[in-house]
Design a binder for this molecule. Structure first.
Ligand SMILES: Cc1ncc(COP(=O)(O)O)c(C=O)c1O
Length: 394
């Protein structure tokens, strides 16, 4: 059994998430943790720590090319964990999935072209489109009180517009927590490919799938589907390695792959992080058991939080956590404005979440809780919420 009970003290380790919390409210008492940015409040797998120590003792940290062991580990993991067969040469490296989004946008579209996103969605999708002078085309997801689905009619309409050349799709979906079914993915794929819309499938959360759900790689929905997309993967969410900035962008089509690599080369960004590649190799070859236990803890946290909120805050709609460690909750019933809700969180309940409005219009009134933390930290947070319940029900 691995240790998922200790909450590491990150207050002095320059974590972005903590810095942001203290910027928002400098008077935070000791022990309060944030639930915002998507990294985990767990120690890294001991295999990764030991592996990196051994690596550092035996190497020189100069510019480093990907080792055979690293590339084989990526191929092996995709095959074993995701039934996704990839050839070594399809892997293009990037210093993160978010930077890769910009490179892909630039290499597959022209300025002014439309790029489709299904909102609410991870906010750098919109930011990357805008920063590269392309047009954001929002298609809102559909939802009722218990689940989200894709607006296929809306997507068809957007894809049929010849100005729209690309979709950035989130699979599994951050923030709504859906693990899309193969049937849903096939429909998205058919709509996009029949309209010549290239697909970026951001699968950074691909390993964080809760019991009872199954992740399908977008490239596995049809024969040759991989030729019409870039599949973005990384060990950074699954194994809490975001600070090492190493991700694998799998692009089957050679021309598209070269164009992506060229886009990176324009900024002289050819090499990636030596420690990141080694940590990824160790994670994919030695840490599967750690991941399985981690998923159990996250699933338990989601169930705990849902039942707590159902009991004490029945007005809050908690959407099922099928994948990711980001629980999506609708606080709209309290009728607070976005700034009132945020103020309540920051000043009263001392809850530092990602506010729903960050994910687009469709996220207003929602809160995204990062629940990758030891259970007792979540219990403390829920207790703070309960202690302040009169203030949210004004
Ligand atoms: C859907 C999605 N893509 C990308 C990222 C970040 O990727 P990276 O740190 O590799 O740039 C996140 C982080 O939360 C995410 O949720």
């Amino acid at each position: 059994m691995y240790d998922f009970l200790t909450c590491p003290d990150r207050t002095k380790s320059f974590s972005y998430k903590y810095k942001d919390m203290f910027d928002k409210n400098p008077d935070i008492p000791e022990g309060v943790i944030p639930f915002s940015v998507a990294d985990m409040e767990f120690k890294n797998a001991p295999e990764i720590i030991e592996g990196l120590k051994k690596y550092i003792e035996n190497t020189v940290l100069g510019y480093t090319a990907p080792s055979d062991g690293f590339i084989e580990a990526v191929c092996g993991w995709m095959e074993k964990r995701h039934d996704y067969h990839i050839e070594k040469e399809w892997i293009a490296l990037s210093d993160g999935v978010v930077p890769a989004l910009s490179d892909l946008i630039r290499s597959t579209t022209d300025e002014g072209d439309g790029v489709i996103i299904l909102t609410p969605v991870y906010y750098p999708f919109k930011g990357s489109i805008e920063k590269n002078n392309r047009k954001v085309v929002n298609v809102d997801l559909l939802h009722d009180d218990s689940s989200y689905t894709i607006d296929f009619d809306g997507l068809k309409k957007a894809a049929a517009d010849k100005n729209n050349k690309l979709i950035i799709f989130c699979n599994p979906h951050n923030p709504v927590g859906r693990v899309w079914t193969k049937e849903e993915l096939k429909q998205v794929y058919d709509i996009c490919v029949s309209n010549d819309v290239f697909i970026i499938s951001d699968e950074i959360h691909n390993d964080l799938i809760m019991p009872g759900y199954e992740h399908t790689v977008m490239a596995n929905v049809a024969e040759d589907a991989g030729k019409h997309m870039a599949v973005c993967t990384a060990p950074s969410k699954s194994f809490n390695l975001a600070g090492l900035q190493t991700s694998c962008i799998i692009i089957e089509d050679e021309d598209r792959r070269k164009a992506f690599i060229n886009s990176r080369a324009k900024g002289h960004r050819g090499v990636v992080n030596a420690l990141g590649m080694e940590a990824c190799r160790v994670a994919y070859t030695e840490c599967e058991k750690w991941l399985d236990e981690c998923i159990e803890v996250i699933d338990g946290n989601a169930k705990y939080m849902k039942s707590f909120l159902n009991e004490h805050f029945p007005e809050v709609k908690v959407y099922p956590l099928e994948g990711t460690y980001l629980l999506w909750c609708d606080f709209g019933a309290y009728g607070l404005s976005c700034s009132e809700l945020e103020e309540f969180n920051i000043k009263d309940a001392l809850l530092f979440t990602d506010e729903g409005y960050l994910f687009g219009e469709a996220g207003k009134g929602f809160e995204r809780f990062n629940i990758a933390c030891p259970r007792h930290k979540l219990e403390e947070a829920m207790q703070r919420l309960l202690n302040n319940s009169d203030k949210i029900r004004r």
